[in-house]
Design a binder for this molecule. Structure first.
Ligand SMILES: Nc1ncnc2c1ncn2[C@@H]1O[C@H](COP(=O)(O)OS(=O)(=O)O)[C@@H](OP(=O)(O)O)[C@H]1O
Length: 414
């Protein structure tokens, strides 16, 4: 190794010509670096948003006040006392065909056991008016009173939601699903409900001949294209410029504290429980609205690409929040603890299934059986004691029935 003095002498020994060559190379390298950094920053605005989102989420992670709650860090065997209190004011944007009914059932059970106030849709309905942006007047018996939870389908409009959920610590969250899986599910579930689905012979036929089947201006075709973008309150049919897309994404980032991912449902439940400062027992769920295997069609790579193009806004949205989901995992509980807790959650589900049900998931022959589809559900054992039977039933009850039960209970409590 030469000394700094020796190096200085080397430098002086270089001829004038070589020095100017070196200068030119350094200048070129500097320029290339600048172009690269500038290009990255501007061509991937989404990455910038991911960063800023996590700065915001980290700030919000531990509420400033509330009852101390103990969390055990399994990796270090250290019991940490984090100051957080269970969140009870919740806005769940129930998107379509994303596993939303499963999340909703968990929320309704939470509302039930904690005697919270649920904003309910009109009698006999499982959705608010979904075609138009939400209005506080869509809530049954709305009289400017305060509610704790919204968990039914609606088209998101934050100003109106805030007229119903007035607590300023309301936690906003939603769930997304890969648009390919979502559209395959949607096409079979809503086959008779939307003209574009009804008229086409298959999903492939619809996407190959969309102009023959799909009239975007027909208000009965609202959720055929970019259905999740529509649920979030945005225009799912007009061309969306880069600027409009980014503006919408920033709005969603600002309004929602957490976006769950259907493909990682159990992981989502653990992340949600952490964010809400709930117990793991609160997030044990059973699948609702799932189809029998024989009703699920395999989607070829070619068709998958077409579905992604058709739902390009939903596809971008999903990819964005898939990234932020995992970043959030890293920033909060970490992958190792996530895996441990997912295993505990699944064991709890298995145990409850053993206690409550006869044969696991079976084809639903009940009242809400959807014609032409084999929807699955659980059958509660008949020989259980009264309390356990009531508890078990709550996991599998149809949202329409549960909503009515909660509505009546709330009325009686007044
Ligand atoms: N826990 C869990 N994990 C993964 N996927 C799940 C889960 N719960 C429900 N599902 C699937 O979600 C689909 C039903 O979605 P929704 O309940 O949102 O439907 S609806 O819009 O309310 O009709 C439906 O999808 P398909 O079976 O593909 O149709 C369900 O199987």
């Amino acid at each position: 190794m030469g000394s700094p003095g020796a190096c200085f002498r080397c430098w002086n020994a270089i001829t004038e010509r070589k020095r100017s060559h070196l200068f030119m190379i350094k200048l070129a390298l500097g320029l290339i670096s600048l172009i690269f950094i500038f290009g990255m920053k501007n061509s991937i605005p989404v990455l910038k948003m991911v960063q800023s989102k996590y700065e915001v989420l980290l700030e919000k992670r531990i509420p400033p006040s509330g009852q101390p709650k103990q969390h055990t860090d399994r990796n270090s065997d250290v019991t940490l006392t984090a100051r957080c209190s269970p969140k009870r004011h919740l806005m769940f944007l129930k998107t379509h065909k994303t596993g939303g009914t499963t999340v909703q059932n968990m929320l309704l059970r939470y509302v039930d056991s904690r005697n919270l106030t649920l904003a309910t849709p009109p009698r006999g309905r499982v959705t608010f008016n979904e075609k138009f942006p939400f209005s506080a007047n869509y809530v049954r018996d709305y009289n400017k009173q305060q509610y704790d939870v919204i968990a039914h389908h609606l088209r998101f409009k934050i100003t109106q939601v805030k007229k119903v959920l007035k607590h300023n610590d309301t936690f906003y969250f939603s769930i997304l699903r890969d648009p390919v899986n979502l559209m395959e599910s949607s096409y079979s579930f809503f086959k008779k409900d939307f003209p574009a689905f009804r008229l086409s012979k298959s999903l492939e036929d619809l996407l190959n001949n969309s102009s023959s089947y799909y009239n975007p201006y027909l208000n009965t075709n609202t959720r055929v294209k970019n259905p999740t973008w529509f649920d979030f309150g945005y225009n799912n049919i007009a061309n969306c410029s880069e600027e409009q897309y980014t503006k919408a994404l920033v709005e969603i980032e600002k309004s929602f504290h957490l976006i769950l991912i259907s493909e990682y449902f159990d992981e989502s439940m653990i992340l949600l429980k952490e964010a809400l400062c709930w117990d793991i027992d609160d997030v044990v769920t059973f699948k609702h609205n799932s189809r029998n295997k024989e009703d699920i069609k395999t989607v070829s790579e070619n068709l998958a690409r077409k579905i992604q193009e058709w739902n390009s806004l939903d596809w971008r949205l999903y990819n964005h929040f898939n990234v932020t989901f995992w970043a959030k995992v890293e920033e909060t509980i970490g992958l190792a603890r996530l895996q441990d807790e997912v295993a505990i959650l699944r064991e709890k589900r298995r145990e409850l299934e053993r206690q409550c049900t006869l044969d696991g998931l079976v084809v639903n022959q009940g009242r809400y059986f959807k014609e032409g589809l084999h929807l699955m559900s659980h059958k509660v054992k008949s020989d259980l004691d009264r309390d356990l039977k009531e508890k078990c039933k709550r996991y599998f009850i149809h949202p329409r029935d549960y909503t009515e039960i909660l509505y009546t209970k709330q009325k009686l409590q007044k």
